[in-house]
Design a protein around this ligand. Structure first.
Ligand code: FES
Ligand code: FES
Length: 154
């Protein structure tokens, strides 16, 4: 065990944790942040996606030792029900979810995409989100949501 400083959504917390424990476990179990979801646990589905220093990572596959004192943003740090981000609102407006299990990771990945490429083509959106799996086949609506967000962001 080691004391590890986490900076999550602008707040700092020091946890006593196994340095090899996946970040996802600390976010969900210790910090009660349920935006990142446990899907495969093997880095293959994207449900657990968070931003680490602005880049998408799969929190199930990132050990605590790798994130100490770095900036982590979860879905909760992007916006809230009362004040959703542009991307979150676009997902709502396009009804881009069926079961919704993939949606949190999709929103995080789409947010990172639009930050690096504010006006992506449809192909670029599909490529950026290709590693985020959706078992419900909601991809068409998800792509529309990202296009809507791109057209609405400042
Ligand atoms: S739960 Fe992390 S990639 Fe699937
Ligand atoms: S909406 Fe069900 S997994 Fe994507």
């Amino acid at each position: 065990m080691a004391k590890i400083l986490l900076r999550v959504n602008g707040a700092s917390r020091t946890l006593d944790a196994d340095p090899q424990m996946p970040l996802l476990y600390a976010l969900r179990n210790d910090l009660d942040l349920r935006g990142p979801r446990f899907g495969c646990g093997k880095g293959q589905c994207g449900a657990c996606s968070v931003l680490l220093d602005g880049h998408v990572v799969r929190s199930c596959s990132v050990p605590m030792a790798a994130v100490a004192d770095r900036s982590i943003t979860t879905l909760e740090g992007l916006g809230s029900s009362a004040k959703p981000s542009v991307v979150q609102q676009a997902f709502i407006d396009e009804q881009a979810a069926q079961c919704g299990y993939c949606a949190n990771g999709m929103v995080v990945a789409a947010t990172a995409l639009l930050k690096s490429n504010p006006h992506p083509s449809e192909d670029q959106i599909r490529t950026a989100l290709a590693g985020n799996l959706c078992r419900c086949g909601t991809h068409t609506r998800i792509v529309r949501a990202v296009q809507r967000a791109a057209s609405q962001q400042a």
